[in-house]
Ligand binder design. Structure first.
Ligand code: AP5
Length: 218
């Protein structure tokens, strides 16, 4: 068995459930979760140069320019925790240029997991989503409501989680998804993301422990 660590990319339309599944994958396999959306939101909140340049794009549901995000991800993947525990890349690559940059840097995932969810469900998921700023946990006011009044009171809604912005975000996704998936044909794992989060996770677990990834996940 190869002495390697899991290297996983998770992709899918906005609000397809990537972040929700990443919480579960991280808890089970101990990999480092790298969400470019979270990194960018943290940069905006901290008022860094990256955040300042990214803010308008994000607020309007647009992708930030490749040159802003590629270096950030490459630097993060080079950190010792990623080499020791493996990584789970969430929201990157989103364009062919980003995928090409990873490949040029010798970064190749064991699996490229795509969560398939039709557009009509994405709107419902996005408008009901709330996040707990204290724990980072993702809720949905209908599907996964908060456990207590205390948590409910501190939940926040993302600025880009509106019906208007989700249309732009989905369009950006559609524009790029075929080209990005084409870069990972050999390791592509497509999963029906319309089912309950536990059923979706069970399929991801199967894929993680399948022949292709077993060497890394074991
Ligand atoms: P990012 O934060 O990556 O947003 P996204 O891709 O739009 O994905 P989301 O975080 O909205 O959704 P998700 O798939 O994680 O779904 P979740 O699990 O929360 O990016 C934000 C912005 O940053 C981009 O628009 C762009 O500007 C910029 N950016 C980021 N990366 C970039 C890059 N590489 N290049 C350029 N720009 C970049 O679930 C959604 C809701 O559904 C939740 O309420 C959840 O509880 C619920 N839910 C989840 N699973 C289920 C289920 N099985 N059943 C029912 N409900 C469910």
């Amino acid at each position: 068995m190869a002495a390697d660590v899991p290297k996983i990319i998770i992709a899918g339309a906005p609000a397809s459930g990537k972040g929700t599944q990443c919480e579960l994958i991280k808890a089970k396999y101990g990999v480092v979760h790298l969400s470019t959306g979270d990194m960018l939101r943290e940069a905006v909140a901290a008022g860094t140069e990256l955040g300042r340049q990214a803010k308008d794009f994000m607020d309007n549901g647009k992708l930030v320019p490749d040159e802003l995000i590629i270096g950030v991800v490459q630097d993060r993947l080079a950190q010792p925790d990623c080499a020791a525990r493996g990584w789970l890349l969430d929201g990157f690559p989103r364009t062919k240029a980003q995928a090409d940059a990873l490949a040029a840097g010798g970064v190749a995932p064991h699996a490229f997991i795509v969560l398939d969810v039709p557009e009509v469900l994405l709107v419902e998921r996005v408008v009901g989503r709330r996040t707990d700023p204290a724990t980072g946990k993702i809720y949905h006011m209908t599907y996964f409501p908060p456990e207590s009044e205390e948590v409910r009171a501190r939940l926040v809604q993302r600025a880009d989680d509106t019906e208007e912005k989700i249309v732009v975000r989905v369009a950006q996704f559609k524009e790029n998804c075929a080209a990005v998936e084409g870069c990972y044909r050999d390791v592509l794992v497509q999963i029906d993301g319309t089912r309950s989060k536990d059923v979706v996770f069970a399929d991801i677990t199967l894929a993680m422990e399948s022949e292709t990834i077993v060497a890394a996940a074991a």
